[in-house]
Every structure is written in structure tokens, then in C-alpha cells.
Write a protein that binds this ligand. Sequence first.
Ligand SMILES: [Zn+2]
Length: 268
Amino acid sequence: PADIGRVRHLIEQSEPGPQQQVEFHKLNTMAAFAEAQTCRRQVLLHYFDESALEPCGNCDICLDPPKRYNGTEDAQKVLSCIYRLGQRFGINHLIEVLRGSKAAPLVDRGHDKLSTWGIGKDKSHEYWLSVIRQLIHLGLASQDVTRGSSITLNPAARPILKGEVALMLAEPRIALSTVKRKVGQAKAPLNYDRKLFARLKSLRRNIAEQQDVPPYLVFNDATLAEMAAMLPTSPGEMLAVNGVGERKLSRFGGEFLDEIAAYLAGDP
Ligand SMILES: [Zn+2]
């Protein structure tokens, strides 16, 4: 998020005009990719106007899939709101309408009179941002850089809007991380290896199943993230990780050290 803020600030200082719009669009696309809840390969291929029907099975999202839910209703709300807005407005405006904002740019255009105004007011801005980005990544909607990054509908949106097919979406993670931070859990380090993190989580799941204990009793997410940042290679280094004490080290430490060593040695 800090990098996004820095780059946005730089672009804001450039001359306003079409080139600046393109730069903003590229920045938003990059941010969306970083926060994607959809297979990375699918997102990339879609960016280049290609499509991959099957997830790759090998990226951090595929290895550590987010929780899914039936997002048909959320998708219908967003897609019909895009339609009501004449496919001529950007993401933020779209979210403002969904959340029932009374902001002037919206009221001036009469958008508070639309049937889709306020139909998503029970959810946060971040929640809808995540849903909209997923719809873009999945190819149901597009962001048109030639028209001020306005959101447009693709033919694939039609069966969803008509209720002919259901759509599974990933539960927005942003909301979850905010909740976690509020209850004062240890903050995960910012820079950790997400692929290793996914492997450590999968190891944790196996151990938890074998020993019939809940996964968080093995190690919590923050501890695994710190392992994936510090890359300990000895029991001593492992003890330096927050959440690893002597007992857990002797009970689980060896398996996690082996997994990290295998990962560092390039074992797939
Ligand atoms: Zn993937």
C-alpha cells in the first residue's frame, strides 16, 4: 500500500491529460494484480486479452486458496449498477453509488435516484473493491482506459445478471485483515515469501490433521509469515521467530525447518 501511495503521488505531479490517465490505469491494474484473489496466471492472461479456463495450480493463490462463497448476488448488484450507470463511470463512483453515498458528484448526476443506489450499503468500500476486481479478473467486466477507466460489461456478465448461472467468489481478505489487526494479534511482517508461506500453511494443515489439533495450535498465521520472512535454517534461528517456544520447537520445529530447507534448495 505504501508503494501504491508513493507512485500515485508521483503521477499526480505529472501534467494532467491522457498520458496521466494511462499511468493511473496502469497503477490501478498493478495494484489489482497484487491484491488479486484469483489465480495469478488467469489474471495475467486476462490482462493480455487471453483466457485460461483452469487455474494454474501453482501460484500462491492456487496453493493457498482464499475461502469461497456464493457471490452471485454480490456480482448481480455490481453488474446491474454498472449497467444503470451507462458503463461510463470508474470504480470509485460505482462503489459510492452501491454504498448509497450522498456526495455531490453523484447527486448532481441524479445517481442517488438509481434503483441500485445503496443496495450495497451493508458492506465496506474495500469489500466492494475486492468484488469488482474479481469480476474484472474473471472477465465479466472490463476497465476501459480510453474512457477514463470506466467500468464496462462483457458478454460473460449476461448469464450472471439473468440468474442463469451461479458465481463463486473469494471472500474479500481485506476485511479479515482489518478485523485481525483490531483484536491486537501479532502483526505479520510486511515482506515475506508468499509461496513459502503457502507451503508452510499446507504443512501445518497436515500436521494438525495427523495430530487432531486445530491448525492455530500448531503455529498461527503471523508466526508462519515470520518464518517465511526470516527463513530460519537452525533450531536457534527458529526460536527467534515470534510464537516459537522451546515446546513447540521440539514438537513441530523439525518439520518446519525441513520444509524451509527443501524450499530454499529449490525442491518444488
Ligand atoms: Zn494459479
